[in-house]
Design a protein. Structure first.
Length: 460
């Protein structure tokens, strides 16, 4: 194996072996019962559940590029039970029982994704192996123990603390001081899931137009350069690209996350590493990483890279800097020295949506017919499914357990104007990097640099 060949950089993501030929664009003005803007997981799951609930509904989905072009086709492939929000903060406004129910619904959504994929014949290489989180400094171990205590408090007693030896039985990570395991996560191939969903909804009778970017969402209609779709209900499912829509520049911040994927590893290396359960892997550093063992025996690992571009800009190709590729490679090799010398085959990045209070939201304004879901703060693979089922109940005017969850109707506020938004986000991530270096010296408690940064960011 050799690390000398330059990786493919950009071209959306490794998960697309070949970029799909786009479906036809909107051919002019059209009418629908429900118009969904965005053909990522939120939009496609919503179209799926609407048609399953009422096959007579005329559902149209508009997509700027192709299904899965955004975060849905670029993410780390974690279908996780992690809540996309601040449990303590939401409990103060909505009550403890509502948050407990939300956590339970998230855990159940992991199994719902698996069940639908099996029922609809979507082969997304799903393996429910759980998540292993590791700490590699004393301060990280302290945070990890606190995280397990919080999980138990919020209805996840299955989360367990592991010794370094117990962690190594999952994955042989170097320098582990503590580990934690939860069964509520499945590894999957995200592009395969989103492509399968797109084909499934079309089979159910949903109309999907690609290369049809929506420029504005108004009561009763979605506007594109190709025409207007008029519908009494218009649902916004644009996640990290929401800032491009008229009037929504400061609604959700498009946060960048970068990934690399190695060449397939040899059987000898896998024997040293383990990872036989296909667990997803994360750490407890402030500049955290996430990883999976891919279906074709590579390692895909991600982290922040350049966290934010001025003016909430996003790029199309997904190119990342050489520095970010180098940093992710170093992170991988520090955690798994067995990968030293292994070639990196592909690098890419994408954007996820972050609300000002770091808590996702789903809702429908009955006065205007405009609905929304998103702001998943990096926990979108499972959250999209739960959000879609919630939107379906709201559209069909059903009062259900899902419509009473604490993120329903939540209004997170807006981000600061530029240049304060750019300065703030860049400053925060410089602070988190400094905090990780500070803790590497052997501190047993979280660095005060990170504590102050969390308070400014309003992170949970």
């Amino acid at each position: 194996m050799s690390a000398t060949t330059a990786p493919v950089n950009g071209r959306v993501a490794h998960w697309f072996a070949e970029l799909p030929a786009p479906r036809p664009a909107l051919p002019g003005d059209r009418d629908a019962d429900v118009c969904v803007v965005g053909a990522g997981m939120t939009g496609l799951w919503t179209a799926y559940y609407l048609k399953k609930a009422d096959p007579s509904l005329r559902v149209t989905v508009l997509e700027a590029e192709f299904a899965g072009f955004g975060a849905s086709g670029r993410n780390g492939g974690w279908a996780s039970g992690l809540i996309p929000g601040a449990r303590d903060r939401l409990a103060r406004t909505c009550g403890r029982d509502a948050v407990l129910d939300w956590q339970q619904a998230m855990n159940e959504a992991v199994d719902e994704i698996i069940a639908v994929a099996a029922r609809e014949g979507i082969d997304a290489d799903i393996v429910k192996g759980g998540t292993l989180r590791v700490a590699r400094t004393p301060a990280q171990a302290t945070r990890l123990r606190h995280k397990i205590e919080q999980d138990h408090e919020w209805g996840v007693p299955e989360s367990v603390l592991l010794t370094p030896e117990e962690s190594a039985r999952h994955i042989a990570i170097d320098g582990v001081t503590a580990g934690a395991y939860t069964p509520h996560c499945a590894r999957l191939q995200p592009a395969a899931l989103v492509r399968g969903l797109a084909e499934t909804v079309e089979r159910l009778g949903v109309t999907l137009y690609e290369k049809s970017p929506v420029t504005a969402i108004e009561p009763g209609r979605a506007l594109t350069a190709h025409g207007t779709v008029s519908a009494p209900v218009v649902l916004r499912a644009t996640e990290g690209f929401t800032a491009s829509l008229k009037g929504l520049r400061r609604a959700w911040l498009p946060m960048n996350s970068s990934m690399i994927v190695t060449e397939p590893l040899s059987e000898e290396i896998w024997k040293e590493i383990g990872w036989e359960g296909r667990e997803t892997l994360g750490d407890t550093a402030h500049g955290h990483m996430y990883a999976q063992r891919t279906p074709d025996d590579r390692i895909a690992i991600g982290g922040r890279g350049v966290p934010y571009r001025f003016g909430s800009r996003t790029d199309d190709s997904g190119r990342v800097s050489d520095r970010t590729i180098g940093e992710l490679t170093q992170t991988l090799q520090r955690m798994l020295p067995q990968t030293t010398g292994v070639r990196v085959d592909h690098a890419w990045c994408g954007v996820l949506a972050v609300p000002r209070d770091w808590s996702a939201t789903v809702g429908l304004d009955r006065a205007t017919g405009v609905g929304w879901a998103g702001g998943y703060v990096g926990h979108g693979v499972t959250s999209t499914n739960l959000a879609a089922r919630t939107l379906t109940d709201l559209v069909l005017k059903r009062d259900t357990r899902l419509t009473r969850l604490p993120w329903t109707g939540h209004r997170p506020g807006t981000w600061e104007p530029e240049p304060f938004r750019w300065l703030g986000v860049r400053g925060l991530y410089v602070a988190y990097r400094l905090a990780d270096r500070h803790e590497a010296g052997g501190r047993t408690r979280t660095s005060p640099i990170a504590t102050v940064a969390d308070l400014i960011a309003r992170r949970p």
